[in-house]
Design a protein around this ligand. Sequence first.
Ligand code: PLP
Length: 383
Amino acid sequence: MPASARKLAVLPAAPVAPAPNSLPVSRPTMPRAEQVLPYLQAMDAAGWYSNFGPLLMQFEARLQARFSDGAQVVTAGNATLAIGLALKAMGLQPGARVAIPAWTFVATAHAVLWAGYRPWLIDVDPATSMLDPLATESALADAPGPVDAVIPVMAHGAPIDLDAWVLFQARTGVKVLIDAAAAFDVLDRGPLPAVVSLHATKALGVGEGGFFVSRDPVLNEAVRRMTGFGFMGDRVATIASTNAKLSEYAAAVGLAALDGWPGVRERYMRVAQRLRLALMGRPDAAFQPGWGLTWVSSVCVVDLPAGSAATLADTLAEAGVATRRWWGEGCHREPAFAEYERAAVPVTDALARSQLGVPFYSTMSDAEVDHLASSLSQALDRL
Ligand SMILES: *Cc1c(COP(=O)(O)O)cnc(C)c1O
């Protein structure tokens, strides 16, 4: 019998509100059908359903307005495709070596491979869970061969030092593409090319979708061409391409999602701050710096005592609290990437055993937040 059930058997019922008996790890926040409907009606009126129609142009313009430095947005079918297309647009030759963190979602590595390049998996900084520009620069000396590009990942949507990466690129000549898949909220400048995901589970979702953003018009045009058969205003296939367009249906959802975003963001902040308060006395459960205070994302990843993630996940599951190791054990442990080059990645190995994604959604009730906080506290006490 699990310990929690044993306690229930001997203790009288406590006079508290019933705790929610199960918390999923994620519940997407998407616009409701009635919020999308006016845009779908505009689409029907125009009779234009894909191929850079009026809704998509409006959606891109509104995404672009979020960037303070004139960076231009190019939408795509998803972020994984957009990362691959961006690498191609950046002029990498077939077989080029692309450094990526071992500590990222598998999509980063898949995108590199799918585009015809070789991932080189390297370690992240323990303080940020991200590649560090200076450490990456030193690591170049130990690379198995020339490194052509690097993809720093904004871990679970956290801010990154873009200016330091601009300097890295200038000093090393290694091209930088930012995987900002989860960083819809944070990314508001485009000094380096970046890709944001619009997947339903990310902060702003259209279902499946993503966008590329950069201040380089040549890059933007190349990515745009490659999302639409290499055509550009005509039917001439100018460069090797694919079809990665976003339809008017997706743009309709995106426009409705943008209408609701300020309110959704506020709710994410409110839920995050309640959780932070509830766990304030627990230095053994640390949030990402600034999470819920200066920026939001659709997930909550906590740093726990070394090696404790699996045990805590089991204890939390007994309390009905689902958890997820969003990045598994690290990309270096995924069978799909077993044959690719990697450096030693002790920090990634440690993070995989100390970080845990816990339930978090914009619609989380106070009782749900409190249930999560008390379950996590009890689980930590039992370690
Ligand atoms: C979600 C995510 C992706 C993939 O985004 P899709 O739009 O689902 O293809 C890539 N990289 C990271 C770090 C992600 O979190």
